[in-house]
Write a protein that binds this ligand. Structure first.
Ligand code: GLN
Length: 454
C-alpha cells in the first residue's frame, strides 16, 4: 500500500505511464493468504515491481514509449512478466522509457521525459536524466517507488540508467531471458534483466525472469542457476582484467578515480588484478550504431497501421498513404533516424560496406573478449563516461548521445553478461557506476564481483 500510494503521488518524475495498483495489491493479498494458511511463500510473494513498458502484459496498454502503439492492449503476457507473476510478484504499473528503447536519456519517449530524483549539490538545480532507455525503471527505484523493476538492455539500457541513479542492474548473457512478448528493437542484442537497489535483489529477480522458452528461438536451453544462494563477495583466486582500451581520451578524472577505487575494492576482496587488451574496442560503437538500426528498421516494419495501435487513414487514401501517414505520425524523430540509417546500411548498394563490415567487427570484438578470458575471469570498467547529465544537454546532438554508450556496447555485441553497481559519486554528489563484464553464462561471477563492490 505504501508503494501504491508513493507511485500515485510521485507524478512529477513521470516514471509511470500506467498505474496498476490492483495488480500489486492482489499479489500482496495472495501473499498474506498464503502466509495465513501456513504455506511456503513464493520467492517474490507480494513484492510490488515496476514493468518497463517494452514488456507486454495481458490487458494492460503497452506503448514502448511510442505514439504508434497508442491504443494497443496486448492480449498476451510476455514470458518474463509471466514468470514474475508466477513467482508471486505484483505490478505497480508500466514504466516510461525511450521510444522503442532507442536512447540514453529517456528524452525520446513520446510521453515526456522521466526526471531523475537526483540533483547536483554543487550549484545549479537543473533537472537531470535518469539515463535510458530504462529511465522510468531507474528513476522509480531510486525514488523508492518500487523495490525492483524490469529493464531491457540492447546496448546499455539497464546498466547506464542504473549507474546514473545509484542502483544496480544486470544484463544477463544473451538468451538467458526470453524475448517473447518484449517489443523488439534489435533482436540479436535485446536482453531483459532486472534493476534493483542492490546486487542480492538483482540475483533474486533474475532467477525469476530467466529460463528456457520454446517461444524464443534464441532462448538458451539451460537450467536457471541459484544465483542468490551462490552469492559470495570473496574473490580469492579470481583474476580481474582491466581493459586498457577503456581508458578513453578525455576521460574525466573522477571516472578514473572511481575505476581505481573499484580496483582497490576488488583487491581487498582477494582478487588479482591484471591488465588486458581488447584491441577492437574503438570500433564497437560505430558497429553497434549500424547493427542496431539495421535490425530495428526490419523489426519496426510491422507498425503499418493495420496490426497494432495507431492508424492514420486520410480521407480517400490508399494502402501506401495509410502506411506513410501512420508511420509519419506515430514514430518519433530518433526512431525515424534509426529506420533511415538501418534501411540505408541494408540497401543493396551499401550492404557490404556497412552491415557486412559491422558484422565482421562484431566477431572481432567477441574474439577480443575470448582472448582476454585466457588471462582473466572478469573485467572491471566504468559503466558510463560521466555522471547523469542535465535534460536537454545532449538531445540536439545524436552523436554526443551515442558516445555515452561507449563502455556498454562491446559486451552487448558479444552477448556477455554485464552489471552496473554503484561505485561512488562525482563532485556534485551524483552517483557513478562500475561495470563488471563476465564470460558467457557466468552471471554468478558477475554478481559476486558486484557484491564485493557494494
Ligand atoms: N543507448 C543505446 C541506444 O540508443 C542503447 C539502448 C538500449 O540498450 N536499449 O541504442
Amino acid at each position: 500500500e505504501a508503494f501504491v500510494s508513493n507511485v500515485a503521488q510521485a507524478k512529477t518524475l513521470n516514471a509511470f505511464l500506467v498505474e496498476t495498483p490492483d495488480h500489486a495489491l492482489a499479489a500482496a493479498d495472495a501473499a498474506d493468504a498464503a502466509r495465513a494458511a501456513g504455506e511456503t511463500l513464493k520467492p517474490l510473494a507480494g513484492v510490488p515491481i515496476g514493468m518497463k513498458d517494452l514488456f507486454c502484459t495481458r490487458g494492460v496498454p503497452a506503448t514502448a514509449g511510442s505514439l504508434i502503439l497508442e491504443g494497443f492492449t496486448p492480449p498476451y503476457e510476455s514470458t518474463v512478466s509471466g514468470k514474475l507473476w508466477a513467482a508471486g510478484a505484483g505490478m505497480l504499473g508500466k514504466l516510461n522509457m525511450d521510444q522503442f528503447a532507442m536512447g540514453s536519456s529517456n528524452e525520446t519517449s513520446a510521453f515526456g521525459n522521466v526526471i531523475s530524483p537526483w540533483r547536483r549539490n554543487d550549484g545549479g538545480n537543473a533537472a537531470l536524466t535518469p539515463g535510458g532507455s530504462s529511465g522510468g525503471s531507474s528513476a522509480a527505484i531510486a525514488a523508492r517507488l518500487c523495490p525492483a523493476a524490469t529493464g531491457t538492455d540492447t546496448g546499455g539500457s539497464i546498466r547506464q540508467p542504473a549507474a546514473f541513479t545509484g542502483i544496480a542492474g544486470i544484463k544477463p548473457t544473451y538468451g538467458r531471458c526470453s524475448r517473447w512478448g518484449v517489443v523488439a528493437f534489435a533482436s540479436s542484442l535485446d536482453q531483459a534483466g532486472p534493476m534493483a537497489r542492490d546486487v542480492r535483489d538483482c540475483a533474486i529477480m533474475l532467477e525469476n525472469m530467466a529460463g528456457f522458452d520454446p517461444k524464443d528461438a534464441t532462448s538458451l536451453q539451460l537450467d536457471v542457476p541459484q544465483w542468490e544462494a551462490g552469492l559470495s563477495g570473496d574473490l580469492k583466486g579470481k583474476r580481474i582484467g582491466i581493459p586498457k582500451e577503456y581508458r578513453v581520451d578525455n576521460m574525466p578524472a573522477e571516472i578514473d578515480a572511481l575505476w581505481q577505487q573499484g580496483i582497490a575494492w576488488l583487491k581487498d576482496a582477494g582478487a588479482e588484478i591484471v591488465e588486458v587488451s581488447l584491441p577492437h574496442t574503438k570500433y564497437a560503437l560505430p558497429a553497434y550504431y549500424i547493427i542496431a538500426p539495421a535490425e530495428a528498421s526490419s523489426n519496426l516494419a510491422r507498425y503499418d497501421g493495420v496490426r497494432y495501435g495507431l492508424r492514420d487513414l486520410p480521407e480517400g487514401a490508399g494502402l501506401q498513404d495509410m502506411y506513410a501517414a501512420t508511420r509519419a505520425a506515430g514514430f518519433g524523430p530518433e526512431v525515424k533516424r534509426r529506420i533511415m540509417i538501418g534501411t540505408y546500411v541494408l540497401s543493396a548498394g551499401f550492404y557490404d560496406a556497412y552491415f557486412t563490415q559491422a558484422s565482421k567487427i562484431r566477431t572481432l570484438i567477441a574474439r577480443d573478449f575470448d582472448r582476454a578470458w585466457e588471462s582473466c575471469d572478469l573485467l572491471l570498467t566504468p559503466t558510463a563516461p560521466s555522471a547523469a547529465f542535465a535534460l536537454g544537454d545532449k538531445s540536439a546532438d545524436p552523436l554526443a548521445m551515442y558516445l555515452n554508450d561507449v563502455f556498454t556496447v562491446p559486451s552487448s555485441l558479444a552477448g556477455l553478461p554485464a552489471m552496473s553497481v554503484p561505485g561512488g559519486v562525482d563532485a556534485g554528489g551524483l552517483p557513478l557506476g562500475l561495470q563488471i563484464i563476465g564470460k558467457a553464462l557466468d552471471e554468478q561471477g558477475v554478481l559476486n564481483a558486484g557484491l564485493a563492490l557494494e
